[in-house]
Design a protein around this ligand. Structure first.
Ligand code: NDP
Length: 449
């Protein structure tokens, strides 16, 4: 039977765009539907605009630190509207590149929502019926907001990039990546930030020492982090919002950002009717090559709720093309994924936390905490943390954790070594680059425990 397309991709985010382009390069006829903007969460309302805001928020420290190096800094001020306008222009530029790259690769773009109507058919919102030999679902996720009284007065990460004014006082709910990053962003921009997290310590899943270290540094910077605390109600007042918490306390803020996790975008996509099995939070269940319960339908990226990171979605997309269009079944590799959290200080991490490593291996812990050179003249007390978890006997590095300036950049490179199976001896025989902070990674001589 002749199909309209060899591949029809639903979702023009990081994973879908990469898969569509690479499949087209194999000679396949590819169509792609996107209902919002090309680039997806990462480019439009995630990693990219967030990182621009992280850069913006770092200048307050930079102006302060400059004085220690002999600079006189005049009166400083920050204009939210200018940043948002510059950020929007850059996002428009990037979206254009995504669109153009798809077109250059020969992918037919369908601007609009597509729903699956069968194992090899979709319907666009305007009623157009499309058939495809293979369908790839790459629809990503959306922020989840818990059902609490007054939740309608809150925003999520979708709205935070378009606030018309910088909130003077903001409450951030959650203790994960997004909550901690935005707590630091708004703090750096001069807002008064309160953060509520329901659990014992922020950044669940990360190394325990890293979590404590970052929470302490965030508090040092003036972020009012409250663990074991939940919002019980939100009321609108003449001057902003009034928040009640689980301790019976009340605070007043201008804005509440809910950063309470994300859910896969599968509602109303017609997947269940087509026979695609979903999991308990609505994620698409896939096998090791990203194939769903329907042979002709695959899924990649956040909609599968595996590892919700852009580079992982991209690699899942590439593995999918190898499997479905190059006759080379390929499992995306989810092991030892390095990642960064753009808090201030920043976190870079790869491999096991100390807790997980200890539960499964006999380990030595190498760790050091110090004031990086750049902070000394600046008079900044902020410290840096470096940590290697090493399996006794094999000396294999099971985990590497860095907190401090440049941690995200460093972990990309340390990640190569850890992925290659480097041992502590390999780290030790690598000459230090002096004077850097990263050199501490190769000069830790004795285990601390
Ligand atoms: P996370 O899953 O990281 O964090 C969600 C937070 O919300 C957790 O602290 C969770 O608490 C809390 N939470 C969940 N439900 C409730 C509730 N009902 N009431 C109160 N608190 C609640 O999600 P994020 O939204 O921060 O980020 C989503 C994903 O996006 C990340 O996991 C990450 O994969 C990706 N991301 C990556 C970034 C990067 O690479 N730098 C940046 C931003 C996002 P608990 O811990 O108790 O479950």
């Amino acid at each position: 039977m002749a199909f309209d397309y060899d591949l029809f991709v639903i979702g023009g985010g990081s994973g879908g765009v990469r898969a569509g382009r690479m499949a087209a390069q194999t000679g396949a006829k590819v169509g792609l539907a996107e209902e919002f903007r090309y680039g997806g969460t990462c480019v439009i309302r995630g990693c990219v605009p967030k990182k621009l805001m992280v850069y913006a928020s770092g200048y307050s420290d930079a102006f302060e630190d400059a004085k220690g190096f002999g600079w006189s800094v005049g009166e400083i001020s920050f204009d939210w509207a200018s940043l948002i306008a510059a950020k929007d222009a850059e996002i428009d530029r990037l979206e254009g590149i995504y669109r153009t790259n798809l077109q250059k690769a020969g992918v037919a773009l369908h601007d609009g929502r597509a729903v699956v109507t069968g194992p090899q058919s979709v319907r666009m919102a305007d009623g157009t019926q499309i058939s495809a030999r293979i369908i790839l679902i790459a629809t990503g996720g959306h922020p989840f907001t818990p059902d609490i009284p007054g939740a309608a007065h809150t925003i999520t990460s979708d709205g935070v990039f378009h606030l018309s004014e910088q909130p003077r006082r903001i409450l951030i709910n959650g203790g994960g990546y997004i909550a901690c990053e935005f707590a630091c962003i708004f703090n750096g921009m001069g807002s008064a930030v309160t953060q509520y997290y329901r659990g014992e310590q922020i950044l669940r899943g990360f190394d325990g020492e890293v979590r404590r270290f970052v929470a302490e540094e965030m508090r040092e910077k003036g972020i009012d982090v409250h663990c074991g605390t939940e919002i019980t109600g939100i009321e609108k007042t003449d001057t902003g919002l009034q928040i009640s918490n689980s301790f019976g306390h009340i605070i007043a803020v201008d804005c509440v950002l809910m950063a309470t996790g994300r859910l896969p975008n599968t509602v109303g996509l017609g997947l269940e009717d087509a026979g695609v099995n979903l999991g308990h939070v609505g994620e698409i269940l896939v096998d090791s090559v990203s194939r769903t319960s329907v042979d002709s339908i695959y899924a990649i990226g956040d909609v599968t709720n595996r590892v919700a990171l852009t580079p992982v979605a991209i690699r899942e997309g590439m593995a999918f093309v190898e499997t479905a269009f190059r006759n080379n079944p390929t499992n995306p590799d989810h092991d030892l994924v390095p990642t960064a959290v753009f808090t201030r200080p920043e976190i870079g991490t790869v491999g096991l936390s100390e807790e997980t490593a200890r539960a499964n291996h006999d380990i030595d812990v190498y760790a050091t905490s110090f004031r990086p050179m750049q902070h000394i003249l600046a008079g900044r007390d902020e410290r840096m943390l470096m940590k290697l978890l090493v399996e006794k006997g094999s000396r294999k590095v099971l985990g590497c954790h860095i907190v401090g300036p440049g941690a995200g950049e460093m972990i990309q490179l340390a990640g190569i070594a850890v992925k290659m199976g480097a041992t502590k001896t390999d780290f030790d025989r690598t000459c230090a680059v002096h004077p850097t902070a990263a050199e501490e990674l190769v000069t830790m001589s004795a285990p601390v425990r």
